[in-house]
Design a protein around this ligand. Structure first.
Ligand code: ATP
Ligand code: MG
Ligand code: MG
Length: 549
């Protein structure tokens, strides 16, 4: 990946450095609004902003874009910081747009004094109607011709709380005939008598995104302000405010947002899923949030690797969930210890194995990593195997267990299927098999070869575990783009809970966040819901690309 060519943002930064723009200095910012938890889309922006700073010897500020008091909360601030650190990045300064409220107010006064801002009386609807259409100019409201003195007086009274929500706004006086609708006298301030998570009740006027973002960038001397494509039409306004205020010329660049199929990535929608209890919380392992992915078993590396592979483009695209899964599978293959876990157990009795005998079988932990060492498995007469690994009437290429069929038990012996016992409904309750004593793994001198190897656990030694299997959260590839309510496209089978799986007893010692490969079943991680009596596992991903089938 060191070999890849520069993305277009890196090219811009390299050109700026070469041309001595801002003395070659690089200062980026990551500007989340603390109104929800971070998702994988934010990871792309984080990787880009922090990655640029790392690559070009610069810095990145973490700036909370907290200009909307109604939706923001300290819980979100804390989770955002934890998630960025978990991804492996450290910011230079922790800043809050709300710390600039006084400065922004002064900026507004400066524009009023220059005749470039006015207090509006019209309602939101009237303002919208007066903006005209892309092909016809807007119509000025009577407020547009207010004197500077009157505007200064009214704006001070707005701040002082003399007006109710919506009664007045402050607008920039730009150009009602501009082909760019965002330039048609956009709002700068609105009145909101609401408690802010940091400034409390100090303010009842709050700056709009367009009047806060660029000015915050400028106050911090941000050199490269990166945002997603939908802000392209805002750039003219970003530049206009900076020019008219005569402040540090930060510059905005746009890249395509990350879209991932079979999920939604708007905080508003994710919040609905949480609040209406379609998921267990922001960190539900099915959520595309950083905290959800972490609980699912994703690693910081795999997410960074994913962002690297996705790259940075100027065009919108839909990324396949399979790519994210590929990235974590690739890493866990190298790092996760292999263990045996039987998810759908059926009892197997080895008829010719001595009652009460227990053998210790050495098992290597990770064939990809010799330093991972080995552990000891206990083998006995009664085992559990996977129900699907036995067939009473196996087809020709079934290389697992059946009457008369031979199969190897991983790290143990070759066995031969004999007979079964069934309950009244015809379900198999016990499988009987015999073992071949001279086929013990590591010391097999039987000369016998079999095509299949299956996993097992010893019934008397196994621990019971709960296992949670996940599927895509949505049935639709792009639920956000469907007609009607996106929640109608939730996948009803996205969670399958297995209450009694049997696992190697060593797993009782596992801690939340530990990761394993359950042989033949996928990669799993220990969920924080685990107790000393019962470990709960989340499947991170299957071993093979399930979507490729
Ligand atoms: P949402 O629509 O999910 O609420 P947002 O853009 O409003 O997203 P912010 O908290 O404002 O959320 O985002 C912080 C930063 O992350 C912004 O710079 C934004 O452009 C970026 N970002 C958000 N979503 C994505 C995405 N899907 N892909 C890339 N960057 C994103
Ligand atoms: Mg935003
Ligand atoms: Mg948003």
């Amino acid at each position: 990946s060191e070999e890849r060519s520069l993305n277009f943002i890196e090219q811009i930064v390299e050109d700026d450095i070469a041309n001595g723009v801002h003395g070659g200095r690089v200062l980026t910012r990551f500007p989340p609004e603390p109104n929800g938890y971070l998702h994988i889309g934010h990871a792309k922006s984080i990787a880009l902003n922090f990655g640029l700073a790392q690559k070009y010897n610069g810095k990145t500020n973490l700036r909370f874009d907290d200009t909307n008091p109604v939706t923001e909360d300290t819980e979100y601030v804390d989770s955002i910081k934890a998630d960025i650190r978990w991804l492996g990045y450290e910011w230079d300064k922790e800043l809050y747009a709300s710390d600039y409220f006084e400065q922004l107010y002064e900026f507004a006064i400066k524009l009023i004094k220059k005749g470039l801002a006015y207090v509006e009386d019209a309602t939101a609807e009237e303002i919208a109607a007066g903006k005209g259409t892309p092909t016809t100019p807007g119509t000025p409201t009577p407020a547009r011709s207010r004197s500077v003195e009157e505007n200064l007086d009214l704006f001070a009274r707005m701040r002082a709380g003399e007006f109710k929500d919506g009664e007045k706004t402050l607008r920039a006086k730009v150009d009602l005939a501009s082909p760019n609708m965002h330039m048609r006298d956009p709002l700068m301030y609105r009145i909101k008598h609401a408690h802010h998570h940091r400034t409390g009740d100090k303010w009842c006027i709050y700056p709009m995104y367009d009047f806060a973002h660029g000015q915050s960038d400028s106050i911090e001397n941000i050199t490269h302000s990166l945002c997603t494509l939908e802000f392209i039409p805002h750039r003219a306004l970003y530049d206009w405010f900076i020019k008219e205020l005569e402040i540090f010329p930060s510059h905005q660049y746009e890249f395509s947002r990350l879209n991932l199929n079979y999920t939604v990535m708007s905080k508003r929608k994710l919040k609905q899923l949480v609040e209406e209890k379609y998921v267990s919380g922001w960190d539900d392992p099915r959520m595309p949030t950083i905290s959800g992915l972490r609980r699912r078993g994703y690693t910081p590396d795999s997410i960074r690797q994913f962002c690297e592979r996705v790259g940075v483009q100027k065009r919108e695209q839909m990324i396949d969930l399979g790519l994210l899964e590929f990235c974590v599978r690739e890493e866990l293959n190298k790092t996760a210890n292999r263990v045996m876990a039987v998810l759908d157990p059926v009892k197997l009795v080895i008829t010719n194995y001595p009652d009460g005998q227990v053998e210790e079988m050495p098992a290597e932990n990770n064939p990809e990593d010799a330093s991972a060492g080995s552990r000891t498995l206990h083998f006995s007469k009664t085992l559990y195997i996977e129900r699907e690994d036995f067939m009473e009437e196996p087809p020709k290429k079934f290389f697992r267990l059946g009457p008369g069929l031979h199969v190897r038990l991983k790290n143990a012996y070759i066995i031969k299927g004999e007979s079964v016992e069934k309950d009244a409904d015809g379900n198999i309750t016990t499988i009987y098999a015999s073992y071949l004593p001279d086929t013990k793994s590591g010391g097999d001198n039987s000369g016998m070869t079999v095509k299949g190897t299956i996993h097992w656990v010893s019934a008397e030694h196994a621990a019971t575990a709960e296992v949670r299997l996940y599927d895509r959260l949505f049935k639709s590839e792009n639920p956000g783009a469907e007609e009607g309510d996106f929640k109608d496209f939730l996948n009803p089978d996205s969670l399958q809970v297995i209450k009694e799986a049997y696992v190697e007893p060593s797993l009782l010692q596992a801690k939340p966040g530990d990761r394993f490969q359950f042989m033949r079943k996928g990669y799993f991680t220990v969920d924080p819901d685990s107790t000393p009596e019962k470990v709960v596992f989340n499947r991170t991903v299957t071993l093979k690309d399930a979507w490729a089938k």
